[in-house]
Structure formats: C-alpha cells, structure tokens
Design a protein around this ligand. Sequence first.
Ligand SMILES: [Zn+2]
Length: 326
Amino acid sequence: MDGHTIKKEITTHKLMSNCPVCNDDSSGKFLGKVNLVFGTEYNLVECLHCGAIYFDPLPSVAELSIFYSGSYYDFDKSREEGKGMAFARRLKRWKSIGKFVDLGCATGFFINGIKDHSDWDVYGIDFGESAVRFAREHLGLKVVQGDLADAHFPESFFDYVHVNNVLEHVLDPVALLKECRRIIKPDGIFFLSVPNGFNDSLDLIDFWKEEKKPARTKSGHIFFFPARTLQMMFRNTGFEIESKKTYSLKRGFRNIGYLPRKSNWKKICSPKESPEETAITEVLIPEQKKKHSDFYYKFRFIQENLLMIPGLHKFGLDFQFILRPV
Ligand SMILES: [Zn+2]
C-alpha cells in the first residue's frame, strides 16, 4: 500500500493552515481537542506528511503570554548551579574558553554555574520578563528577553548552543532551528533536549478519548515531535546527529501503559475552571534548598547521564541530541 492510499483512508480533519513544520497542505489526522488557557479550544492534529503533532490552529501570541504570565521558575538554585558546575567540566575538556548560550535559561542559575567554574563567556535568553530581570539584576548575567531572533546575535558566534525543553513551546520551531544554525560556529556543538512527541501527546489523546473534554497541556507544549519528525527537521535546517539518547523512562512507561498512570493524571489534564487559574503559578525566587558538596553534583550529573539509553525509543518521554552543523 503506498503512502497516498493510506492518506485517503485516515484523513479526517481539514487543517486550518499548512503544517507549520513541513508546510504540507493536505489534511491531518484528528487526535482530540486540547486546551491552553481558560476558554480556549484547539484541535490536536497529526501531519500525515511529516508526523508532527500540534495545535491547530496554533495559539495566538496573546494566549501564550497569558499562559506564561505567571512564569514557572521553580528551579532549585543549588541544583541548577551544581548542574552548571558539572557542565563546565565537560565544556573545559573540549575547549578552555568559548561562547555558550542557553535558550530558555529562566533565572540563569545554570549558566551562572558555568560562568563561576570556567572561563567560558555565557549568554542566556528567556521569554519570562521577571526571570530575565532576576538573572540580570541579581546574577549580573547577559540575558536577553524574548525569542532567539530578538537577540540578533552575529553569525557563527557561539561554540555551544544549549536548548533545553524549548522547541515544543514555540510557534515556529523550524525558524528556531534555522536561527540556531546561523549563530553556531562551523565546529560548534548544539545540545537539544526535547520531549518525545509520540509519548508526550498520549496523556492528552487518552484524556480526550475517555472524558470527551479538551485536555489541558499543563506545561504549554503546543508541538509534539516524534523521532522521525525531528530527524527530518534537523536535516532540513543543516544539522547532523552526533548522538541521540532517550530518558525519563519511568514517566514514559506510564504514558505508554507499561506502568500504571499516576492517580491524578486526569486532574492534571482537566481544563481550568476560571480565568484566574489559567496562568502557571509563579514561584520566581526559588526556595533555597540544601547545598550539597561539589562531589554530590558531579555524581548526580553522571547518574543522570547513566539513566539515558542510546537511540530514540517510543517508551521514553524525553530525547537528548548532540547535533553538529553541516
Ligand atoms: Zn508536516
């Protein structure tokens, strides 16, 4: 059976616009209804050409800014700085100095850890106004508020581009990858962590099937990229994969049914009942948790890496890639 025959059989939904990932204009597969802020409803669709799963139509900038107006920077300062310290060691083994940018840097504790433990020049970008203000005023970091294009970095500027759980939140993920390609040096490293869209979308799809109510995307994911979609996006934006890993296995097993779901999963997917509840609750200045020894953070970093398995697997919730420009 060729691709076109399959397409005819499962076409169920006329898309409001072309696929934002591959620009295909054919119909998509309807997977369910989803919700972002109070009173909104979107179709969750799967592009029959590239496999991307996304909100159709995409939310407006206004809806997204309502969603993020409360921010969600509940990062533990010591943990994030410890992670930065462990990351600095990895960077120094590669190059003693260089330029590093963290997209989605939040309050900046992670890059602050890198700055304090290496001679690397660090930059950050985040949407959250209050987080950016905190990073600048309290940590003295070079952080830009907005999206990557707003920063207007020069071409081939960075040795290391770090993008951690951002791609699934933005309105134009392909433009984001292209901009990363533009600002990275020809021998640079692009670190990308992104949910496994196949696994990450299962809660929303199952909630819709069981409850017949739109499922709320709790962390604001509006795109869900299966492995093959990501691989196509990297090829089309000028990157090749150096390594690929799967992690968050326990949560992934729950979504796929290998382990029982947490009892409150439906509550998490339930749309909010009033406009006031719609934004993510703000926890800007994180609670100061216990500070551990340097050894502890190094150990945690190694441990986290040991819990990742090589390759891209449907049963894991998250992927981590090391990409190189081509
Ligand atoms: Zn597509």
